[in-house]
Design a protein around this ligand. Sequence first.
Ligand code: NAP
Length: 276
Amino acid sequence: MSSSSSSSSSSSLLPQPLKVGIVGFGTFGQFLAKTMIKQGHTIRATSRTDHSHLCHQLGVSFFRDALSFLEADNDVILISTSILSLSEVLRSMPLHCLNRRTLFVDVLSVKEHPRNVLLQVLPEVMDVLCTHPMFGPESGKNGWKDLPFVYEKVRVRDEPRCSSFLQIFESEGCRMVEMSCEEHDKLAARSQFLSHAIGRILSEMGIESTSMNTKSFETLVKLKESTTNDSFDLFSGLFIHNRFAQQELMNLEHSFEMVKQRLRKRTGEEQNLSKV
Ligand code: NAP
């Protein structure tokens, strides 16, 4: 893993204008598009849902038809579909019709799965960059400075184009972290999946803010809110398509059992003492 500081001299340069086609124009695709538009890039989008009205307001060209989208001369095609639908979405696109070498970038919150799917479905001449911006519309609403951007150059031959794309995030001050997809998934199962799982458990318990919150309890309420703001599809994807998540769920269950056992043991000891 290597990390390059956001304060490098190149980070203050404005990114080269790129033509970026976004596949999956949901919450996260829209969020990324707004910053790219602000930076002067040309954005096109295609999605299952008709987002043409919103796209018109944002100055984004919306394509209902995947073929016209692919023929729109994109420098970069950015995949921002749900983790669960990625394979179906890509396999339904006429990718063989692409008439120019394009950089494919995914922003999914798991990394081995999109890397494998992209390498399977794309013509060999296409470049592949797997990324995970580790922030979203809530955590990134006041800017992206110092927020981590994880990436692996899986198959990159056109380095200048890839650098121009990465510059979108560098120039916003992101902390750029180069890491293999496997390493990402290992770490994300321990951090992101775990926090989402605990947030979902707290939501099942129906925890709510009270008039006597401690700081720790406020943290739990915030965790519940931030994780349940994301779709259940996203949470399911973090589990189903990260091979390290199953182990973390078992660790969570085991640790919960251990804590219960210790409490029961201690309760027994206290009861015995009170009988003496
Ligand atoms: P999401 O629920 O993970 O994905 C929503 C997107 O997937 C929408 O564009 C939706 O299309 C598309 N989609 C869902 N099911 C589909 C299907 N069956 N067929 C075709 N398209 C389908 O929510 P999200 O927050 O927008 O996340 C998008 C991606 O970004 C995910 O892979 C997520 O892991 C990643 N990501 C999200 C965040 C975040 O904070 N939200 C942060 C980093 C990375 P329509 O809009 O057309 O319905």
